[in-house]
Ligand binder design. Structure first.
Ligand code: SAM
Length: 247
């Protein structure tokens, strides 16, 4: 999958995606990342791409024209109407489901904002574009958000993870949180690893894990349980979890 990133600070993104799973995914060509410096699309000798907001107020805004030029150039080079993400805290919330949907396409343009954001007209003028937010808070620029989005999508691409099952069991992938994990030693300050995990009985381990997954989701994120509409069997498993944890 190819990511084309339009940004004022390419180094901030490249330094965040050069390590571990993402670094390997780039090296092994699971993903390709191209950086477009927005300043190259400025129409003045100072290479400025921002200006003051009409109506006054604090901060500067990224101008529509350099952005549109940059997007058109990328699209015309590939001869495709590549989807565009504009990063903004006002956008649709990025979730595991969004990551899954984007992991099915071949190329994506991601635009990082800075200052007070973008001239509003870009959203009308750039077709096949979406406003995406990584959460209900404001950070100083879209570069960190871009790295988050690339990371979440890349984990879902074949060849990115050592074991593809890890993405399948990750929290949110099936609408539930991941089950609890334990490693050596068997006892830490009086707390033992649940017996079943030492039993070697894979059927029992899988059942325990599913029960924990439903139960932990109920405890920590009841909103996800409501959204999932549990089957009768899952309802029964959750009731067992609640009973186990009362005793
Ligand atoms: N004035 C804007 C607002 O309140 O909606 C915030 C601008 S923010 C300081 C600068 C840039 O950071 C945004 O244009 C966007 O690209 C990025 N950004 C900030 N918070 C974000 C979030 N939660 N999700 C995605 N991008 C974000």
């Amino acid at each position: 999958m190819k990511f084309t990133l339009i940004t004022l600070f390419p180094d901030e993104i490249s330094s965040s995606i050069s390590f571990g799973i993402l670094g390997r995914a780039i090296k092994n060509k699971v993903i390709e990342v191209d950086y477009i410096s927005l300043r190259d699309y400025s129409d003045n000798k100072y290479q400025s791409i921002d200006d003051k907001p009409y109506g006054g107020g604090p901060g500067m805004l990224i101008q529509a024209e350099p952005l549109i030029k940059a997007i058109n150039k990328v699209r015309s080079e590939s001869n495709k109407n590549i989807p565009v993400i504009f990063l903004t805290p006002q956008g649709k919330l990025f979730t595991q489901k969004t990551a899954k949907a984007y992991s099915q396409i071949n190329q994506l343009i991601i635009v990082s904002g800075r200052y007070e954001g973008f001239d509003e007209r870009v959203h009308e003028l750039v077709d096949n574009s979406s406003e995406i937010s990584i959460g209900d808070y404001v950070i100083s620029g879209g570069e960190i958000a871009t790295a988050v989005i690339i990371d979440a999508i890349t984990r879902l691409l074949p060849g990115a993870l050592g074991d593809e099952n890890s993405a399948k069991q990750d929290s949110f992938s099936e609408g539930l949180l991941d089950y609890p994990h334990y490693t050596r030693p068997e006892e830490v300050e009086g707390i033992k690893v649940p017996e079943v995990l030492l039993s070697g009985n894979h059927n029992a381990i899988n059942q325990w894990r599913f029960k924990q997954s439903i139960g932990k989701t109920f405890d920590k994120r009841p909103d996800l349980i409501k959204k999932r509409n549990l089957t009768d069997e899952e309802e029964e498993i959750l009731n067992e979890y609640i009973k186990d944890n009362k005793e």
